[in-house]
Each structure stands twice: as structure tokens, then as C-alpha cells.
Write a protein that binds this ligand. Structure first.
Ligand code: ADP
Length: 217
């Protein structure tokens, strides 16, 4: 279990905080709006009212003990940047920041922020990729054009062996596991008999995955 602090409990910060809680982590939520803090007080490990542009307030928060501090202040770029300076001053080393502009990105980069997030752009790219491959439920990009994708097997594949579906001259993709209801079946072999609605988690280069995907739907 890791300890996270999230500054700014707007839509982005609150969604990140609640998901971290669901994943079993400890989350300190911080916002300068008492109504917002009140709203999340019962759902987070701790929620406090503080204005992070105030260096004394930041010092009191003891944020250097946290694994990562996520700054999720939206439109107030100045407040977001000042809070980074205050966090650095109290010794916080892992800082992630939601950014809204190129100028803000440049300054955050100069300040040595570990991770700069552009939610709209990142989500836009993700949605475009999902739209082009509607059969793919979800994916992880591993870099170098290699991906892990999750595809649900269609009714057509019921009672058909994995080898028959994937049979190909060169083995460029690998089925890492199959999810069947609550079961996880690891590294299925070619004689594995599929059932409709099995969820296949497959690794491989993009082009090979593109060729395979239509065979599964
Ligand atoms: P989103 O687009 O994620 O909803 P918002 O800009 O609406 O982003 O939310 C940002 C949150 O950050 C708000 O709840 C706001 O009260 C909080 N916030 C803004 N400035 C500060 C600050 N100086 N200190 C602490 N919290 C702040």
C-alpha cells in the first residue's frame, strides 16, 4: 500500500483519489474549498482544507512522507506552479502535475517535475486508438510499437482451439492469459478450447495484433 497526496479535488483529482482508494492505497486529499473537502472527507483516508500557494500551509501538511504528490489544480496555472516550488522546498521528490498548457509544461519540466499529465490530449489519443480498433477493450503500450491488448472472443469462436484461430506461420503474437468469468488461465497452449466471451490478453507488435484482431471477432 502506497501513500498518496492529491492536491485539488476537482473532477480529475477526485477521480484519481477515489480510484487510488479502491486500489487499497492511502490518500490524503487537499483542497482550499471547504465544501469540496467536506464532500470527500468520508471517502478518503484524510481530507484537509489548505491553500497550497501558502508556504506555511504546505509545511504543515508534512507531504515529504508521501510516496507521490499529485497536483490536480485545474485552471489556476499560477497556483499549480507555486505549489510545486513549495513542495520542492519541503523536500517532496515525487511530484506529478496535471498541466493545461504548453507554457506550463515547459516550466514544470524546468522545475524537474517527475510526470506532467495532459489528460485531455492523452485521453484523446486513447479514444482515437480505441475507435480505430473497436474490438480492443483495452490496451497498454509497451513502447517500440509493442502492445498488450485485451480482446473478447466472439460467439463464432465457441469450441474452437486457440491454435486454429491464431494459426500463423510465424509466431509473432503471444496469448499471455485468458479471462473466463472469474478464472484466469495463464499461458494457454494451442490446444486450448475457447468459449464465447473469453477475454484474451495478447502481446505483440502492432501490425501482428492488427492481423489477429479480426480473427477473434
Ligand atoms: P477539474 O478540471 O479537474 O475539475 P478544477 O479546476 O475544477 O479541475 O479543480 C481544481 C480543484 O483545485 C478545485 O477543487 C479547487 O478548489 C482546487 N484548488 C484550486 N486552487 C487551489 C489551491 N491554491 N490550493 C488548494 N486547492 C486548490
Amino acid at each position: 500500500m502506497a501513500q498518496f497526496a492529491v492536491i485539488g479535488l476537482g473532477r480529475f483529482g477526485s477521480a484519481a483519489s477515489l480510484e487510488l482508494m479502491r486500489m487499497g492505497h492511502s490518500v490524503l486529499g487537499i483542497d482550499n474549498d471547504p465544501k469540496i473537502v467536506d464532500k470527500y472527507a468520508d471517502h478518503l483516508s484524510r481530507a484537509v482544507i489548505a491553500d497550497v500557494t501558502d508556504s506555511a500551509a504546505v509545511q504543515e501538511l508534512g507531504l515529504d512522507n508521501y510516496d507521490v504528490v499529485l497536483i490536480a489544480i485545474g485552471d489556476d496555472v499560477q497556483a499549480s506552479l507555486v505549489s510545486v516550488v513549495h513542495l520542492k522546498a519541503v523536500g517532496v521528490t515525487k511530484i506529478w502535475v496535471k498541466a493545461i498548457s504548453h507554457a506550463q509544461h515547459l516550466i514544470l519540466h524546468k522545475l524537474g517535475v517527475n510526470r506532467i499529465i495532459h489528460p485531455e490530449e492523452e485521453m484523446g489519443v486513447r479514444v482515437a486508438q480505441m475507435l480505430s480498433y473497436p474490438m480492443v477493450n483495452d490496451y497498454i503500450s509497451l513502447g517500440n510499437g509493442e502492445f498488450v491488448v485485451e480482446i473478447t472472443a466472439s460467439e463464432r469462436l465457441d469450441e474452437i482451439s486457440l491454435g486454429e484461430v491464431l494459426h500463423q506461420d510465424n509466431k509473432t503474437v503471444e496469448v499471455l492469459l485468458i479471462k473466463r468469468k472469474t478464472q484466469i488461465l495463464v499461458r494457454p497452449t494451442d490446444d486450448f478450447i475457447l468459449q464465447a466471451k473469453d477475454i484474451l490478453v495478447i502481446f505483440g507488435p502492432l501490425q501482428a495484433l492488427r492481423n489477429i484482431a479480426p480473427k477473434l471477432i
